[in-house]
Design a protein around this ligand. Structure first.
Ligand code: PHE
Length: 489
């Protein structure tokens, strides 16, 4: 064993000057000797000093020439002893890199005449490069000039070799005493605990990593958003149905015309089974049909033939506003009470996936339903909500949604990116949507929506959405991700 050999050697000798020599003299691997030295040094049985040596090793190119000969010799040998060979012919005989380097080196050495025709200038040459490379492989020392020329041609590189010189340490003993790490029942029975030497506690050692479940960043941000909504007095809407009747709760009831481009098959996932919904509230459906076709409540409607078959088709909801619509419909059936609702859940869009888009993502949606609300109330609520997320500088831009009027895109100033970024969409639901549900005429609903992924990516510094969500996510992300708090810089 290397340990016994080292301790034994030091019993009679002052020093082991070089761990490498020691290893080869005693038939050990240098690596094993180094490990033992580190351990014995840790327990102060020995003192170890670093020694470093620079040595030269062949690069891959160097190894090739040591085996096959240098390019210049290969080129020289390809030129006939008498007469000449055309440069094109010569090129065909050699590897491209050998030809290129060979031409320049053999020319420099004045071995050949380089022209359209190549001929030998001397009859006999020696492959000094190959000889030098072989000497390096054998571990021989070369003179400075030779080293420099090989280094310049990138045929060798320096390698630092590390080893140790070793002397006795303050705790030196010819054999290492075994220290006990545990006090066992047997130690107590035998009574040998009195003589045992125990290993000291290492209070600086790291404990084993805790094996526990970890929350996904989206879940953590979602929880914080929920808390914000709850603090503001919002109730959570039930969002546990991903499938909606295609053009009813997802689009029609929202006064979104059946030929609207957003309903295009490109943007929507349809269901094959069951392909249609079983029941819709028929009385309400009639009112929705009428408002689409001919308006009412002061509106002209869209003036087209509204088709029930279209409304019956099932799809994966494209926004959580479908849920808000169902909730408002249910609310309108009761004696009026003001409400604040929110939801955070998954939506689906048939989009091509890239760094910022996924076919499924999460929407955060909030709405307030009360009499006499104005756009000023919407702006006030948005300022309050977003400032709790740490976004206090907001700007609004007029926008268009089929179901809100007026509508506003929400922008926030991003201190890191030093620019205004779009963070959400908002508006006041149209009377064409609210009145068929049966709300009193002076009831207004202000609402807004944003994605959960966007703020999570900003908080967690993720720049590709596929690293956050979906089948390409690295699971260690869940273990490593820190706690990021909304609204705190
Ligand atoms: N449903 C909208 C969207 O998908 C967001 C929104 C919600 C807009 C509520 C206005 C009001 O982007």
């Amino acid at each position: 064993m290397a340990e016994e050999a080292i301790l034994g050697y030091l019993a009679t000798s002052e020093e082991i000057p070089d761990s490498d020599q020691f290893a080869s003299q005693h038939g050990f691997q240098h690596n094993d000797v180094v490990n033992v030295i580190k351990s014995l040094h840790g327990f102060r049985y020995i003192d170890a000093q670093d020694i470093k040596r620079e040595s030269w090793v062949l690069t891959d190119e160097g190894k090739k020439y040591a085996a096959d000969g240098s390019p210049e010799i290969q080129l020289f040998l390809a030129v006939p002893q008498e007469g000449s060979i055309s440069k094109d012919e010569l090129q065909k005989k050699l590897e491209p890199s050998v030809f290129k380097i060979g031409c320049s080196q053999a020319g420099k050495n004045k071995w050949v005449d380089m022209g359209k025709q190549v001929s030998r200038k001397v009859q006999h040459v020696e492959d000094k490069v190959k000889d030098l490379l072989i000497r390096i492989q054998k571990g021989e020392a070369l003179c400075k000039d030779d080293i420099n020329s090989l280094k310049a041609r990138k045929l060798i590189v320096a390698q630092t070799w590390k080893g140790y010189s070793v002397k006795k340490g303050p705790n030196y003993a010819p054999t290492r005493k075994k220290v006990a790490t545990d006090l066992t029942r047997e130690n107590l029975q035998r009574g040998d605990w009195k003589e045992l030497e125990f290993k000291e506690y290492n209070f600086n050692a790291k404990g084993p990593p805790a094996e526990a479940g970890h929350l996904h960043p989206l879940l953590k941000v979602k929880q914080q958003l929920k808390n914000i909504f709850l603090q503001l007095g919002f109730e959570e809407m039930p969002t546990n149905n991903f499938v909606e009747s295609r053009y009813f709760w997802n689009f029609d009831a929202l006064f979104q015309p059946q030929q609207h481009p957003a309903r295009d098959s490109h943007d929507t996932f349809f269901l094959e089974v069951p392909s249609t919904t079983r029941e819709l509230p028929e009385e309400y459906v009639k009112l929705v049909k009428r408002v689409h076709e001919s308006g009412g409540y002061g509106s002209r409607g869209y003036m087209y033939d509204w088709k029930k078959e279209e409304a019956n088709k099932n799809l994966l909801r494209t926004h959580t506003t479908a849920v808000s619509t169902r909730m408002l419909y249910a609310l309108a059936k009761q004696p009026f009470t003001p409400k604040r609702y929110f939801s955070i859940d998954r939506v689906f869009r048939n989009e091509s996936v890239d760094r910022t888009h996924l076919a499924e993502f999460h929407q955060i949606e909030g709405l307030v339903c009360d009499k006499g609300l104005t756009l000023g109330d919407l702006i006030g609520v948005l300022n309050d909500f977003f400032s709790r997320l740490g976004m206090s500088k907001l700007r609004f831009k007029p926008a268009y949604n089929p179901y809100t009027e007026p509508s506003m895109e929400i922008f926030s100033y991003h201190e890191g990116l030093k620019k205004w970024v779009e963070i959400g969409n908002s508006g006041m639901f149209r009377p064409e949507m609210l009145l068929p549900m049966g709300f009193p005429e002076d009831v207004r609903v202000i609402a807004w929506g944003l994605s959960l992924e966007r703020p999570t990516m900003i908080l967690y510094g993720v720049d590709n959405i596929r690293d956050l969500f979906g089948h390409k996510v690295d699971l260690s992300l869940m273990k490593r991700n820190p706690i990021c708090r909304l609204g705190i810089d």
